[in-house]
Each structure stands twice: as C-alpha cells, then as structure tokens.
Design a protein around this ligand. Structure first.
Ligand SMILES: Nc1ncnc2c1ncn2[C@@H]1O[C@H](COP(=O)(O)OP(=O)(O)O)[C@@H](O)[C@H]1O
Ligand SMILES: [Mg+2]
Length: 256
C-alpha cells in the first residue's frame, strides 16, 4: 500500500504531567494516511496516556495533535478507540451492540452498515449471540466491529490482543491487515508484544520511561504478508529487545 499525505496526523511536542510528575516529554512524530504505527514501551511509560491524548479523550497537556490540518480538541467518531478489554453491553447481542454505536442513519443504511462491520471482522455466524457466550477473541472482534461501524479514518488500539491466546491473536492480526488494506484505515496500536509490532507496523515507535520520550523510531521495510520466521524479521525483533533492555548481554543471556 502506497503511503501518501505524510503529515496526515501530527503529534507536536506533546508534554504531559500528572501532578508534578512528567509522564510524556517532547513527543513528536507524523503519521501518513493509511500507515500502521506500533508504539512499544515498558509498562507505565505513558503509552495509554499518549493514545488518549491523540484521541482527544485527554486535553490537559502541552503541545498539539493535528489531524488533517485541524487541531484535535475532543473525541470524534472519525477516530475509533479500541481498549484491551471489550466494552460490550451484556444485555445486547453482537448485532445490537454494533448497531448501538452507530451514528444516526436511516433503517436500511443501519442494517447494511452493521452487517458490513460484522462481516469485516468475520463474526457473521455469531451476530445473534450475547457477549457472555463469546470467546475472548470473538468478543474482541465484536468490539472492533462496534468501532468500524462508524467508518473511522483512524483506529487507535490499546493493547487490543493482550489478553488473547497466541493463535487467536495471530488470527486477529490478519483481520486488522485485511481491514487496513480494504478500508485504508490509519492504525496506531500500542502493544507490548514485539513480534506483533514487527508483524504489523510500517514504523515502530519505542518509548522511553521516566520521562517517556521517544527512544527510537524504526522503519519496518518488509513486504506483506510478512514471514515471522525470516532472518530480517528475527533480526529486527532482536534489535528492538536490545533497545528495551539497553544491553545486548541481557538479550544474549536470556536468549530472546
Ligand atoms: N489519571 C492519572 N493520574 C495520575 N497518574 C496517572 C494517571 N493515569 C496514568 N497515570 C500514571 O502515568 C504513567 C503512565 O501511565 P500509562 O499511560 O497508563 O502507561 P502505559 O500505558 O505505558 O502502561 C503511570 O505511571 C501511571 O501511574
Ligand atoms: Mg497502558
């Protein structure tokens, strides 16, 4: 997929404090339209805080978020947000949950859009089911459908597959790639899974801790679909671990 519009989303010198503690320090980067960005960093370094700021959920910070040349000052359905835990209403079916999120549209359009979103995540056969009857992977699919139904230009994902088993996770990673190539959705995903970042991202942003600045931005120049066992893939994975632990010795000692 060719990436154009290099300044589609701009994170401009973001600083964030909680009380007197600086959590994010001078975070700046630009995202192209249609790009897949993964943000990795250790627990507590400010990944979720940064995502909330980009989404417009948190407006108490220094700096600016510019989307399509306009400053983001509040949340919008154009920017979808997916949390790690699903936030489905237990008393509604999958289909009803997805419909509930949809902006006001007429009945025919409603039915079409709901079906389309459910199909996109491959959940057609479960659309009449209630959340408690779904597996973790299915619930997260429903959660994603609920966001996709409003056709967001950007999806922000906060460790969305963190609680899933490895097979389900791989399956959902494929789904995200499909959605991106069909819809051209720009994706910014926070993950602590380095393999996931190398598999999905066009660029990986590694965050530092105390305060959380950008440690490194890595371009992943691998064709898609990617081979998780290729030498380049494994070298890149190792390189990122090294940034995390800062010493090659630890990587070698634990043989990661
Ligand atoms: N509402 C809040 N009030 C005070 N401190 C907070 C608040 N939210 C997050 N923090 C602190 O900010 C830091 C970054 O949090 P977070 O963005 O959730 O990290 P991450 O997602 O990388 O694990 C943590 O030290 C956390 O305790
Ligand atoms: Mg977090």
């Amino acid at each position: 997929m060719e990436l154009l519009n290099k300044e589609y989303l701009k994170v401009e010198a973001v600083n964030k404090r909680f009380d007197k503690r600086t959590i994010l320090s001078n975070i700046k980067f630009s995202v192209c339209k249609g790009e897949f960005i993964c943000i990795v960093g250790s627990s507590g370094c400010g990944k979720s805080t940064l995502l909330r700021i980009i989404s417009g959920l948190d407006t108490d910070y220094e700096g600016a978020i510019i989307l399509n040349k306009k400053q983001v000052r509040k949340t919008s359905k154009n920017v979808g947000y997916i949390f790690q835990e699903n936030r489905l209403f237990p008393w509604l079916t999958v289909e009803e949950n997805v419909a509930f999120s949809l902006d006001k549209v007429n009945r025919i359009e409603r039915k079409y859009r709901v079906n389309e979103a459910i199909k996109m995540v491959g959940l057609d056969s479960a659309k009449k089911q209630y959340p408690k009857t779904l597996s973790g992977g299915m619930a997260q699919r429903a959660n994603i459908a609920r966001t996709l139904v409003n056709k967001p230009e950007i999806l922000l994902l906060d460790e969305p597959f963190g609680a899933l088993d490895a097979f389900t996770k791989i399956n959902l990673q494929e789904k995200l790639c499909d959605i991106r190539s069909k819809e051209g959705t720009t994706m910014i995903m926070v993950t602590h899974d380095i393999e996931e970042a190398v598999y999905l991202a066009d660029r990986i942003i590694i965050l530092d801790k105390n305060p959380g600045g950008i440690k490194k931005i890595i371009n992943v120049e691998l064709p898609r679909p990617r081979n998780r066992n290729s030498e380049y893939f494994n070298n890149l994975r190792k390189e990122i671990y090294e940034y995390f632990f800062e010493t090659k010795e630890i990587v070698e000692e634990y043989n990661i």
